[in-house]
Design a binder for this molecule. Structure first.
Ligand SMILES: Nc1nc2c(ncn2[C@@H]2O[C@H](COP(=O)(O)OP(=O)(O)OP(=O)(O)O)[C@@H](O)[C@H]2O)c(=O)[nH]1
Ligand SMILES: [Mg+2]
Length: 264
């Protein structure tokens, strides 16, 4: 079976094989398949090449969703300090805000992502990024070790359903660039058909790199939490995300998971 048909096989082929197969397919079908499809495939391959050349050590995780779902609040809760403004006002976040763990090598990646607001979370690694700051000799070994550790770029993004078209454009562009998509929703909007059609369904099959989060779970009665979460999971399965995790969180209380939802 062709590596391109990996989803139908028991175990998908490694990514590198699928990338190479796509390149071969684009070359072989050039002049035969519709030129728009060949262009799309080649643009994707170019993006993949560029991304792989830019810090494979960092995983870029983007929080996407409707305004007010709590993306900024969740980022703040995850990093343990307020790096992004969260507010009742709609919409709040206008440009992406990055929390970076492991600064070494992240600059070029963040430049490529066009992210200006950067918060380096690890003081030692943050210093590594500044050539002018020379580390004391005794700290070199520790720095080298930390520089080798996997890095994370956590992105708080503008709203997808924005009245501001610029917000939506940024979120849509980023959805094609991040490594992991976290779709943040809330008890009021989790079943919004337009959001599912326009944003979740296009990522059908991307189970391995998608997480659905039902935030603001504290706003609903305890006995309703499990059914609402099940309902979101059902919609996600219908969207074509058969195995993507579906989690509940409360950015306000700091709680979150699937298993403890009924005991909060
Ligand atoms: N009760 C409760 N309120 C929350 C929770 N998460 C966020 N909020 C509140 O919801 C409002 C919107 O939160 P934000 O974090 O600004 O939402 P956002 O998704 O970043 O919104 P945009 O930047 O406009 O896209 C704020 O008033 C938050 O305090 C939560 O888990 N529980
Ligand atoms: Mg926000």
């Amino acid at each position: 079976m062709s590596p391109l048909l990996g989803r139908a096989a028991t175990a998908p082929a490694p990514l590198i094989e699928r990338i190479e197969a796509l390149g071969r397919a684009a070359d072989a079908l050039d002049g035969i398949a519709p030129s728009a499809d060949i262009t799309t495939a080649r643009e994707l391959l170019e993006r993949v090449d560029r991304r792989r050349a830019l810090s494979a050590e960092h995983t870029v995780i983007g929080l996407f969703g409707a305004t007010g779902s709590g993306k900024s609040s969740l980022v703040n809760a995850l990093v343990g300090k307020e790096i992004s403004n969260a507010a009742v006002r709609r919409p709040t976040t206008a440009v992406p805000v990055a929390a970076v763990v492991g600064a070494a090598g992240s600059d070029a990646l963040l430049d490529w992502l066009q992210i200006e607001q950067r918060h380096l979370l690890d003081g030692t690694d943050a210093e590594l990024a500044t050539a002018a700051q020379r580390p004391p000799a005794g700290r070199r070994a520790r720095r080298t070790h930390q520089a080798d550790a996997p890095g994370i770029v956590l992105l708080d993004l503008p709203d997808l359903d924005s009245v501001e078209s610029a917000h939506r454009a940024v979120a849509e562009r980023m959805s094609g660039l991040v490594d992991v998509i976290v779709w943040v929703t809330d008890p009021q909007k989790y079943a919004d058909a337009v959001l599912h059609q326009e944003f979740v369904q296009p990522f059908a099959g991307h189970d391995a790199v998608t997480v659905l989060v039902l935030n603001q779970i504290d706003r609903i009665r305890q006995d309703e939490r499990e059914p609402v979460l099940d309902s979101l999971a059902g919609i996600a399965r219908a969207d074509g995300l058969e195995r993507a995790p579906v989690l509940a969180t409360s950015a306000t209380t700091g709680r979150g998971s699937r298993s403890c939802v009924s005991t909060w």
